[in-house]
Write a protein that binds this ligand. Structure first.
Ligand code: PMP
Length: 287
């Protein structure tokens, strides 16, 4: 991703893509002091752009990384990054991190906080799985308790669990992994939230130990508008067997059907297809 043409917005400047670098003593590189956003731009409009900028600021507050930009300034930075790269359909990555400075120990309050925004073309996150249903591994790693880390933040530190889970899944030929939370309830996939269908009703984990995704909230509203019952609740592993359909939601994943989790199989059913179509229409502004 580093050796290509284009521009990246960094602390107020548009920098040549290849020159958008940080120093090796960047605090974030050593201690994961960074928060970020993943957004998608469709036909020139970032879906729920302000919500993402607000979440970035909220993640910064939660992780003690004071971000020196307002929502409006973040919006302008994203627009500048898209324009400089002449992109209308793209994935947008905004990131804020503690740089190098006075501190090289765990504490970093004297180090400056930086921001960058990059944007690039990124197709279907799960490739073919989008049509056929993704195959998910069951991770041995658990989402941490909210008493361990602010688990609602989109923070780099939380992602090592996801990366290790996803590597293990890929080694087994799976597209992703489903993780349980610290109590053993179903939580989410490594970069997406999860939904299940049983008897025409939808069940999804209560977001008390993981990121309450913007796509997740959008899909719940969409389902409720269609008079479909949505149960946000704690889901036990033994319930997986009884669910008929399953899908993932996320900015990158959009709505991706799941065909298998461990030994449990699901059909890519009508409701899954309807939700995926409705989401696609919504983000593209087709009514
Ligand atoms: N959980 C995790 C761990 C994620 O990385 C993401 C992607 N941001 C999601 C859930 C879904 O969030 P959103 O719908 O806001 O993209």
């Amino acid at each position: 991703y580093d050796d290509r043409d284009g521009f990246i917005w960094m602390d107020g400047q548009l920098v040549d893509w290849r020159d958008a670098k940080v120093h090796i003593l960047t605090h974030a590189l050593h201690y994961a002091s960074s928060v970020f956003e993943g957004e998608r731009c469709y036909s020139g409009t970032i879906f729920k752009s302000r919500e993402h900028s607000e979440r970035l600021l909220a993640s910064g507050r939660a992780m003690d990384i004071p971000i020196p930009y307002s929502v409006d300034e973040i919006e302008a930075a994203k627009a500048a990054a898209l324009k400089a790269n002449n992109l209308k359909d793209a994935y947008v990555r905004a990131i804020c991190w503690r740089g190098s400075g006075e501190d090289m120990g765990v504490a970093s309050s004297r180090n400056p906080v930086h921001m960058a925004v990059a944007a690039w073309e990124w197709g279907a996150y799960y490739g073919d799985a989008k049509m056929k249903g993704a195959k998910l591994d069951i991770s041995k790693w658990k989402r941490p308790s909210p008493e361990t880390i602010p688990c609602h933040a989109k923070a780099a530190g939380l992602y090592m669990i996801c990366t290790m889970s996803k590597h293990a899944a890929e080694a087994k030929g799976c597209s992703d992994a489903m993780m349980f939370d610290h109590r053993g309830y179903v939580a989410e996939a490594t970069g997406a939230n999860i939904f299940f269908v049983k008897d025409g009703e939808v069940h999804t984990p209560k977001p008390d130990s993981f990121l309450n995704g913007i796509t997740r909230q959008t899909v719940i509203t969409m389902l409720k508008d269609r008079q479909i019952k949505v149960h946000e609740r704690h889901i036990l592993p033994e319930e997986l067997e009884g669910f008929e359909q399953c899908w993932l939601t996320g900015t990158a994943a959009e709505v991706t059907p799941v065909g298998q989790i461990g030994d449990y199989t699901f059909e890519v059913g009508q409701l899954t297809r309807d939700v995926a179509d409705a989401y696609e229409k919504l983000v593209r502004g087709i009514s």
